[in-house]
Design a protein around this ligand. Structure first.
Ligand code: 5GP
Ligand code: MN
Length: 316
C-alpha cells in the first residue's frame, strides 16, 4: 500500500489543497483524489481547498467538495504544490493538520510536509496519483480529472516531461471510456473570444532579444482591465511564444501591482528556467517555471535575460 493510501486509511477528516491560481493538473489532482475518496471512503469527511476553478474545468467542479469545512483535519494532502506559501489561504489549515502528505512533481519542491512523495520526472501530479492509487479502482469522474491534469501539464503529450509511463497511464484512463477528445478540445484548446483577443495583443506586442532566442511579452493591469481578463485567461499565450521559430526561452510578464510582475518562463532545449525562477524566489520545472519580481518591466526583463544569456552561453 502506498504511503498516501496508508495515511488516508488512518484519517477520519481529510483536507485536500493545491496551489494558488490552480491549473489543470492542480484542479485535476485535487478533484480526482476527492472523487476517489468519495467512491471508496464515503464515511470520511473530505474537503477540497482551492482558489476559484477556471471555467475551462467546470466539468470537474463539485460544490459539496468545498462546502463542508472543518477547523482542523487529521490529514492534509497537498497536491501539485512546491512550497507551503503556494497553498495560499489553505496554508493555515495545513499547519493545523495532525498529519500532512505532499504529492508533487516540482523539481523545486521544498519537502514541507511530513511525508513528501515528490517525483520530478513525472509529467504531472495526476500521473503520480495514478501510480499511488489502485488503477482498477479509479472511477470515471476521477479518470476524467486525472486525464485533464496529464494533458495540461504535458501540453497534450508534447512537452519533454512526457514519458512512456505518461502514455501508459493515459492509456489506462482512456480504456475506462472517458471522452478524451472532448476533454482535450474543451479544456485545453478552446478559447473564449476574450482570451483570443488578449493573446493576439500579447503576440503582436512581443519583443525578441538575444538574436531571437528569447521572446518576451508584457501584460499590464490596464490591458487586463481593458479586456476584462482574469489571470487564467492568459493560459496558452506562453506556449504560442515558445513555439516561435528560433526561440529557446519565452517569458510572459503579468503586472500584479505597480512595479510588481508575475513571471512565466518556458524553454525548449537548453535553459533550466526552474533555476532562474528559484533564484528570484519562485520555482517550477526545468522547462516551465515562474516567480514574482518587483521593479519596472524593463528592469525585470534585464534581470531575467542576464540569467538566460548566461545559461545560453554555457550551453554553446
Ligand atoms: P506558470 O508559468 O504556468 O504560472 O507556472 C509554471 C510552473 O512553475 C508551474 O508548475 C507552477 O507551479 C510553477 N510556478 C509558477 N510561479 C511560481 C512561483 O511563484 N513559485 C513557485 N514555487 N512555483 C511557481
Ligand atoms: Mn503540475
Amino acid at each position: 500500500m502506498s504511503q498516501l493510501l496508508s495515511a488516508i486509511e488512518k484519517a477520519e477528516t481529510i483536507a485536500i489543497g493545491g496551489h494558488v491560481r490552480p491549473d489543470g493538473d492542480c484542479v485535476g489532482s485535487c478533484m480526482g483524489l476527492f472523487g476517489y475518496l468519495a467512491d471508496h471512503y464515503p464515511e470520511k469527511k473530505v474537503c477540497v481547498y482551492l482558489e476559484e476553478i477556471p471555467e475551462a474545468f467546470d466539468y470537474l467542479k463539485i460544490d459539496e467538495a468545498m462546502s463542508e469545512k472543518a477547523d482542523k483535519y487529521d490529514l492534509f494532502i497537498a497536491l501539485d504544490c512546491g512550497s507551503i506559501d503556494r497553498l495560499g489561504e489553505a496554508q493555515e489549515i495545513f499547519e493545523k493538520a495532525v498529519d500532512t502528505v505532499c504529492v508533487d512533481h516540482h523539481i523545486s519542491n521544498t519537502n514541507f510536509a511530513k511525508e513528501n512523495i515528490v517525483k520530478a520526472n513525472a509529467s504531472s501530479t495526476c500521473e503520480i496519483l495514478c501510480e499511488l492509487l489502485p488503477m482498477d479502482k479509479i472511477g470515471t469522474f476521477s479518470a476524467i480529472a486525472f486525464y485533464t491534469g496529464i494533458i495540461h501539464d504535458t501540453g497534450v503529450f508534447k512537452h519533454s516531461n512526457t514519458s512512456k509511463k505518461t502514455m501508459e497511464t493515459a492509456g489506462y484512463l482512456v480504456e475506462k471510456g472517458i471522452p478524451f477528445g472532448k476533454i482535450i478540445d474543451e479544456s485545453f484548446y478552446m478559447k473564449t473570444y476574450r482570451q483570443l483577443q488578449i493573446m493576439g495583443r500579447c503576440l503582436l506586442e512581443s519583443i525578441r532579444v538575444m538574436d531571437g532566442r528569447c521572446i518576451v511579452s508584457v501584460v499590464t493591469k490596464q490591458m487586463m482591465d481593458f479586456y476584462g481578463a482574469k489571470s487564467s485567461d492568459l493560459d496558452g499565450i506562453i506556449d504560442e511564444l515558445r513555439t516561435t521559430q528560433g526561440v529557446e526561452v519565452a517569458v510572459l510578464l503579468t503586472e500584479k501591482e505597480p512595479l510588481e510582475f508575475k513571471v512565466s518562463m518556458r524553454s525548449n532545449q537548453i535553459v533550466d528556467v526552474s533555476k532562474i525562477a528559484v533564484f528570484f524566489g519562485g520555482g517550477g520545472h526545468v522547462r516551465a517555471a515562474g516567480c514574482t519580481i518587483k521593479g519596472s518591466s524593463y528592469d525585470v526583463i534585464n534581470n531575467l535575460t542576464e540569467h538566460i544569456e548566461k545559461q545560453l552561453n554555457q550551453g554553446k
